[in-house]
Design a protein around this ligand. Structure first.
Ligand code: HEC
Length: 713
């Protein structure tokens, strides 16, 4: 009897002990430091090839026609896994079995009359807060609302904001009620605050990207930091027009932030000011656009900033939350912040002072521009180290060497006609090669950092894009509905959907609009936006009706006279762009030689690239033994088991690499591409790797599942 009791106690103890050994993934990015590191090694270099699916959870709401996506890095807390679905529902499942516990549908919480204005945004992560007892909350942004949900049962936390949600339009200090605002990245929880950035329009009419903190219990806005400073605030002098702050938007943090909890400092990367490609209304260096900001987490008080692009006209937003790292520098352990960029640089700054650890030089760049009213910066800050992780100019020798001579010649002719002298070549009407492109270099998947070795893992795209500026049509005194619709299309829609409506870059063709939409469903979409399409609610009904009439080829309203519209001359810009065009061969391959996507290990102690491999395959080339890499979205995770896990490629694979040398150790064909960052956790003695398989980007099929892998019993 006695003996049995002792045995029972031993078993009980080892069980509870196991439970406390559970490795959680409690914050998007693994931790507030955003280093995507899991300090567990049950799955390691010797056994990773044995990984098999442990469970698959189907959300059941993929939209394959409209290329829905899941970009969410899920959370794993107390045995539960929390994530979002293609339709922005929030769910909780058992992290060991994938069995659903509850699901919350944000559509339920908006007024029926307003449903047409619900914005279907992308969601790259969610946030968790607890009082340490039974009050557990998930906060996430769906549409333009920050929602607060009870993590225990998926019910709405009614005491938060307005019946469980806060409208992000409010509290920005100017009326943006009709402008587009959402958040694709999760807020950062610090004590009882959630600190939140935003995604806003990239066009002329954009909300400002001020950073805000809300009380997690009440939803009250506790502080705001003006990323576009007002008169009297430092940085205001970097805008030549002292009133620009009233109308210019952007300078927003769409890519998430990192938190040094002990120091109480939040690190906030920002994007370009609006409009992205013509800065004639915002000449000057434009603080705090394209900056890494260090703010006091409790108050939003400014500590330091580092601007990586002055007066950005290339959409070179800082694309990811930085990694908070500790490196060996000049023989000393140094707390630093590593900020990867779309341009292929990593800026390594001292975490407390913001001073670069490796010198950053202001280098002369071309600044001659034909665009009236534009004034470009004559220098840009270039780090001497770490070495760039992507090619930064597209030379003649780089023309795609896998193509037949006739295609190469055709590319060479187009290449000759473009501006391409520099990675900061000014936007031009002849077309300027933007390389690294609009989607990096680095993108929103973010880096992983291995504290054992000091290696930073960054996946990158190497896709050249062509930026072509065009004159924008002005409204004539008299026009009919179809003429007006065509003009408005050129002003508002062409930048993404192209002059022929066939789509550009990752933006879709409008060919099937006539079949898919009625006047009312089309208006709903124009008002709400969907995923990467912003909302156009701020346009007048006549304007929206006119553009809808054009897209639907509505002959009856063709002759109707279009009434003159009030114009805001400050926001009516003389130039637009012809689209987000990738520089592709006629066969549809990148105009540049591979690699088109890479995974890089950067030694932050020395600044050297430790290794670099192409990431992803095109079967037609890999058959011949050529691994080209593919465009990729979503980031890596590194583990104490010696592995870097990453999906992200358009070929639908998830892969495991040896973190020391980049050797491929395992790969698995997912049901749809995993354009997301995995999470790694352990539960009851078992280690898991989980990834959202939402597909949908790069023309791939959409998926509706999260898959977890583990070692066989
Ligand atoms: C910033 C880029 C951007 C701009 C500007 C833009 N769109 Fe879109 N549009 C998109 C994206 C991205 C999608 C795909 C949305 C999704 O994921 O479902 C889309 C989808 C659409 C669709 C649905 C197509 C289909 O087959 O279902 C219509 C219609 C549309 N856009 C019309 C417009 C109109 C009209 C305008 C101008 C008033 C406009 N768009 C401006 C990016 C843009």
């Amino acid at each position: 009897m006695h003996y049995r009791l002792i045995l029972f106690l031993i078993i009980l103890f080892s069980c509870t002990n196991k439970k406390s050994d559970n490795q959680q993934w409690p914050v998007s990015g693994g931790s507030h430091a955003n280093i995507r590191y899991a300090g567990i090694s049950q799955i390691n270099t010797t056994n990773v090839h044995l990984l098999t699916p442990a469970w698959e959870f189907h959300t059941g709401d993929a939209d394959t026609v409209n290329h829905s996506q899941i970009q969410c890095n899920p959370l794993v807390i107390d045995g539960m896994l929390y994530g979002t679905t293609p339709e922005m529902k929030l769910f909780a499942i058992d992290a060991a079995t994938g069995k659903q516990q509850w699901i919350f549908n944000p559509f339920d919480s908006v007024d029926v009359g307003n449903v047409s204005f619900f914005i279907m945004n992308n969601c790259r992560g969610i946030s968790y807060w607890t009082d340490g007892a039974n009050d557990k909350r998930i906060l996430y942004t769906a549409g333009s609302y920050l929602h607060c949900i009870n993590a225990n049962d998926g019910t709405i936390m009614k005491s938060f904001g307005d019946n469980g949600k806060v409208d992000l339009h409010a509290g920005l200090g100017r009326d943006v009620s009709l402008l587009f605002i959402t958040a694709t990245s999760p807020g950062t929880v610090y004590k009882d605050l959630i600190i939140l950035g935003s995604r806003v329009d990239e066009g002329p009419a954009a909300a400002p990207g001020h950073i805000r903190a809300f009380n997690v219990k009440t939803g009250k806005q506790e502080w705001i930091f003006h990323t576009i400073p007002e008169p009297g605030e430092p940085g205001h002098e970097t805008w030549d027009n002292p009133n620009a702050y009233q109308k210019i938007g952007g300078a927003n943090n769409w890519s998430g932030m990192s938190l040094d909890e002990a120091r109480g400092i939040v690190y906030v990367p920002t994007g370009s000011a609006s409009f992205d490609f013509y800065g004639g209304r915002r000449t000057g260096n434009n603080l705090y656009a394209d900056c890494l900001l260090a703010l006091e987490a409790a108050t939003g008080k400014y500590i330091w900033h580092f601007q990586n692009i002055h007066h950005d006209v290339w959409d070179r937003d800082l694309p990811t939350a930085p990694a908070l790292v500790t490196v060996m520098h000049d023989g000393k352990k140094t707390d630093a912040v590593a900020q990867p960029t779309k341009t292929g640089f990593v800026y390594l700054l001292d975490r407390v002072s913001g001073k670069p650890l490796f010198p950053v030089e202001e280098k002369a760049v071309p600044f001659d521009t034909e665009l009236k009213g534009e004034k470009l910066s004559q220098t840009q800050p270039v780090p001497t180290l770490p070495k760039p992780f992507a090619r930064q100019v597209f030379t003649e020798a780089d023309i795609n060497n896998l193509l037949p001579d006739s295609s190469r010649e055709e590319i060479r002719k187009r290449w000759m006609g473009y501006r391409k002298d520099h990675m900061f070549a000014p936007p031009s009407k002849q077309g300027t090669i933007v390389f690294p492109g609009f989607d990096g270099g680095a993108e929103w998947g973010g880096p992983a950092f291995d504290p054992e070795s000091g290696l930073l893992y960054v996946n990158a795209n190497e896709m050249p894009w062509v930026l072509t500026m065009v004159d924008k049509p002005l409204a004539p005194k008299k026009e009919n509905y179809l003429e007006a619709g065509n003009r408005i299309y050129q002003q508002q829609c062409l930048a993404c959907h192209g002059s022929d409506k066939k789509g550009t870059g990752n933006y879709p063709s409008l060919d099937s609009v006539k079949i898919k939409y009625t006047p009312s469903t089309l208006l709903t979409l124009i008002n709400s936006g969907r995923r990467m399409m912003p909302s156009f609610r701020h346009l007048s009904d006549e304007v929206k009706n006119a553009v809808a009439a054009v897209l639907l080829d509505d002959k009856t309203s063709a002759k109707k006279l279009f009434p003159p519209q009030p114009v805001d001359t400050f926001l009516q810009l003389p130039y637009g762009i012809t689209g987000y065009n990738k520089f592709l061969s006629k066969e549809g391959y990148p105009a540049i030689s591979p690699p088109w996507g890479t995974l890089n290990a950067i030694d932050l102690n020395t600044g050297d690239i430790a290794w670099k491999i192409p990431l992803g395959e095109y079967p037609e080339f890999s058959k011949k033994g050529i691994i080209t890499g593919t465009e990729n979205y979503g980031g890596p995770v590194v583990t104490a088991g010696g592995i870097v896990f990453i999906a992200a490629t358009r070929d639908s694979k998830i892969r495991a690499f040896d973190k020391k040398n980049g050797k491929l150790l395992w790969e698995y064909m997912l049901p749809a591409p995993g354009f997301a960052t995995p999470a790694v956790y352990s539960l009851n003695g078992k280690q898991y790797l989980v990834i959202a398989c939402g597909g949908g980007k790069l023309g791939t099929k959409s998926g509706d599942s999260y898959i977890a892998f583990s070692l066989p019993e």
